[in-house]
Design a protein around this ligand. Sequence first.
Ligand code: ZN
Length: 335
Amino acid sequence: MPSKKNRVEIPRPLQAQVLFASDRTCCICRVKGKPVQIHHIDDNPANNVFKNLAVLCLECHNETQIQGGFHRKLDAEQVTLYRHDWLIQVSKTRAANSERLPDINDENHAVELELATSLAEIYREREEYELLALHYTHIGNDELRDKYIELAIQQGMDDSSIIFFRSEQDRLDLIPEEVKNRHIKNLQDQGYWFSLGRLYRQLEEYQLAVQATCRGVVEDIENGDIFSAAFHLKEMVSEGILDYLFIDAMAEAEEQNDLWWQYRCLEELEWDTEAKAFLLEHRKEIEALDDPDFNEALAIALDDKQQYIELRKEEARSISARPNTEVDVLGDPRQ
Ligand SMILES: [Zn+2]
């Protein structure tokens, strides 16, 4: 342990802010739920300023204390880098998960809000524009968000952050092509498929996003990391990405003038009103196709119960459980 010289206890509000900013999680290993402590990056226990304080678990803290050999395993510069990266990750996750301003009637939320306000003051003092941009993204103040994004970009911002902020602003058009391509290549080269999947989701390239994410899932399963496979698949699906694929498939079917698959996409999207309108709008063409499934859907859309019953009876007559029937057991050639 470092000497006890000039140890000044970290003021409680500052402790709370440091823990909040780090999500009470070690900024090195980032394993949630481990006991953590606040570490003085410069090893000066009297230097209680926000920038000098990093949340570390006991194991990672020990790594900073190893004096043997030529140098420490984890030096101050590395801790600073890890910390900076982690604070940004935490804020990004909060920004992505938050439903904008919390209900201020809720006591816990009020505490969190007050804490967040103090954090902003600290960031401003330290000219941490990127963290300020994240902060205002988190609380839903678009004007200040935009102001600090510009300042942070002038200050120097890495590719992934530029893409993140521009997508938060809904201004993908402001991302320079070279930034986009460099970041994509970087993630591909390192085989960071889930990050690449997220990136493509931000860039609204949904087919590429699914490709990348599924590639990661396949690798995880091959390596026996089932949790990670399930986690990332769930994350992707819960973002509603499958809808985008159905929308793409619908556009393709429309291009090919294929009414059936356009209808099936609407059905899978559960756009019931649109699906019904589609059937009615294309009634003549659908009737001309004389497809049993399509006719049934149309009868329902027309609320034609008699026709629907007739179609179901016809369907029953065409089905036989006896072997060697004329019915094509391979079913619908469309599939
Ligand atoms: Zn740790």
